[in-house]
Design a protein around this ligand. Structure first.
Ligand code: FES
Ligand code: FES
Length: 191
């Protein structure tokens, strides 16, 4: 009988059993093994653990917004073009409309709700500098800016513009965002 091969989805290394593949994923890729075939995933969202069964085609946005009721993330385009659905996953801003929920098993996710709950200085700065008109794009901007300040607490104006370049605002609030992020950076602890 032909020997079955289990291929790592991250680096394509071949293994001869699911146990070997799981051990490899944990050791080499520092992440949880793949979710169960039934679609059971575990997520930590804003520090709270969730366990739920997802369909293979569900996006992370659908799970966060529609299934878990965290409605702060917004959906402008549903095709990875606007940034309004941005959440932070394991420290990196990602587009939740373009990410399959089943790929997020074992991940730690931060949404606008968690950022607001912690009273991050970005929240007051965005209000003070009137960074929103209709406000639909605002959560995506704040989440992207939070990820920037987490990795670079003293960004230059150019770095702020680059970080926010993937977020679109059809109301044209762009100039205020730089001012708000600069002010929030000054109010970070240890700044
Ligand atoms: S709704 Fe996700 S990028 Fe536009
Ligand atoms: S404030 Fe309306 S889309 Fe940005």
């Amino acid at each position: 009988m032909e020997e079955r091969v289990y291929t790592c989805p991250y680096c394509a290394m071949a293994h001869n059993s699911t146990e070997a593949l799981k051990s490899h994923v944990i050791a080499e890729h520092k992440t949880e093994p793949l979710p169960s075939p039934e679609g059971l995933i575990r997520l930590a969202i804003n520090g709270q653990g969730y366990e739920l069964t997802v369909e293979p085609h569900w996006t992370l946005y659908q799970v966060i917004h529609d299934k878990l009721g965290l409605t702060g993330s917004k959906m402008f385009c549903d095709r990875g073009a606007c940034g309004s659905c941005t959440v932070i996953m394991d420290g990196r801003p990602i587009l939740s409309c373009m990410t399959l929920a089943i790929e997020c098993h074992g991940k730690s996710i931060e949404t606008i709700e968690g950022i607001a709950e912690k009273k991050h200085p970005l929240i007051d700065a965005y209000v003070k500098h009137h960074c929103m008109q209709c406000g639909y794009c605002t959560p995506g901007f704040v989440v992207t800016a939070k990820a920037l300040l987490d990795r670079n607490p003293k960004p230059t104006e150019e770095e702020i513009r680059q970080a926010l370049a993937g977020n679109l605002c059809r109301c044209g609030t762009y100039p205020q965002h730089v001012t708000a992020v600069q002010e929030a950076a000054k109010k970070l602890p240890n700044s």
